[in-house]
Write a protein that binds this ligand. Structure first.
Ligand SMILES: *Cc1c(COP(=O)(O)O)cnc(C)c1O
Length: 379
């Protein structure tokens, strides 16, 4: 049934028999920088590439401060702690996301609250957020409290799905009315913009991931960005075992985390970031090929939302229904083309089933229909 589609996708990635969903592209200084760390022996927790990568991310995103971490999940964890999330608090997020978002909230022993997404962004819906807060939240001595559970609502974590910006300006404006700090999960959207500004730089903090499947990779890695100097300083302290700066003594002033990005990973990341503009150009070109191809077919190509410029980290199409989605997944994977469905919604996973949620009509609709397509940079 999908022979035409299979043939087209094959033609885009002509060189390989198995076409992966997303593979990294090493075409620059990767080997050179990684070799430098090996030659110098500084592959681990000391070395200049970490500082260099943090400076590069600041320059690239326009954020004032950046704290590198061992992965994106740990960056989310620390950002939530820095925002003041405490055990028993509630944290608003979306059900359509990678499990790391909800996991990080749980690491703080807080509870995720799942609100619906918008169909045109796949990200947290400002309308659902506004309605939920109007119905459930009140400010008590400057702190947002859920009047039905009595718990603090201490953060909101919208996610820019597959690199498409959600309506982050409206989300921040609504949260500001309730003094709720916004942490953007921009793990998938490094390089994407909304209203001309980089995703990850709208909220109090933003978080990126450099896992092997992301637009640039450090092997594994993450980053917190913020314009707030004291948050950045505390973030650095917390991610580096809270060591008090002394030359050879080991002294720590609180229970910190060993979340520092190793220098060898930062070396790889620096080389990758040097090429990000090329990657984005290449991926946007691929997206436009997909868009033209799927025009007037049963699959609807998911385009960047109004006001956004997306990197098209992972391309996506929407099938007309679940049956067609499953058939497409089956036939393409059988033909060696890696496609995959959206994540199972977080509220349907055992460990989050009990969490509060609102009507999740749009998330349900998308989960049944969405398919991610091979999206690697093509050399
Ligand atoms: C990749 C990703 C993360 C972080 O993942 P790590 O593998 O820990 O770097 C967080 N949130 C989302 C939405 C992601 O896609």
């Amino acid at each position: 049934m999908f022979n035409r589609e299979i043939h087209f996708i094959r033609s885009l990635f002509s060189n390989s028999s198995m076409i992966p969903l997303h593979e990294p592209c090493f075409a620059g200084n990767e080997k050179k920088y990684v070799t430098q760390t090996i030659d110098s022996t500084f592959v681990s927790s000391v070395g200049e590439f970490v500082n260099r990568f943090e400076r590069m991310i600041c320059e690239y995103t326009g954020s004032r401060f950046a704290v590198a971490t061992v992965n994106g999940t740990s960056a989310l964890h620390i950002a939530l702690i820095l925002a003041g999330v405490q055990p028993d608090d509630e944290v608003i997020t979306q059900p359509l996301t990678f499990v790391a978002t909800a996991n990080a909230i749980t690491y703080c022993r807080a509870e995720p609250v799942f609100l619906d997404i918008d169909l045109d962004t796949l990200g947290l819906s400002p309308k659902s957020l506004d309605l939920f807060l109007k119905k459930n939240a009140a400010l008590k001595e400057g702190i947002a409290v859920n009047i039905h559970t009595g718990k603090r609502i201490s953060a909101c974590v919208p996610m820019h799905t597959f690199s498409h910006a959600c309506q982050i300006d409206r989300i921040v404006a609504i949260c500001n009315e309730y003094n709720i700090p916004v942490i953007e999960d921009a793990a998938e959207s490094l390089g994407s913009t909304y209203l001309g500004k980089k995703t990850g730089t709208f909220g109090l903090m933003g978080v990126y991931s450099f896992n092997g499947n992301k637009i640039i990779t450090s092997g594994g890695g993450g980053m917190i960005v913020t314009d707030d100097e004291s948050l950045a300083k505390r973030g650095k302290h917390l991610t580096t075992t809270a060591r008090v700066n002394k030359s050879y003594e080991f002294e720590h002033d609180m229970v910190g985390y060993n979340y520092r990005m190793p220098n060898i990973n930062a070396a790889l990341a620096c080389a990758q970031l040097e090429n990000i503009d090329l990657f984005i150009q290449n991926k946007r070109e691929l997206a436009s090929r997909y868009k033209n191809f799927f025009h007037n077919t049963e699959m609807t190509f998911f385009c960047e939302p109004d006001g956004a410029t997306s990197t098209y980290w992972l391309n996506a199409v929407l099938a007309t229904d679940l049956t067609l989605r499953d058939l497409f997944l089956k036939e393409t994977n059988h033909a060696g083309i890696m496609t995959r469905p959206a994540w199972k919604l977080m509220n349907t996973l055992d460990m989050f089933r009990h969490c509060q949620k609102d009507s999740l009509e749009n998330a349900d609709f998308i989960e049944k229909r969405l398919i991610n397509l091979p999206s690697s940079v093509r050399l």
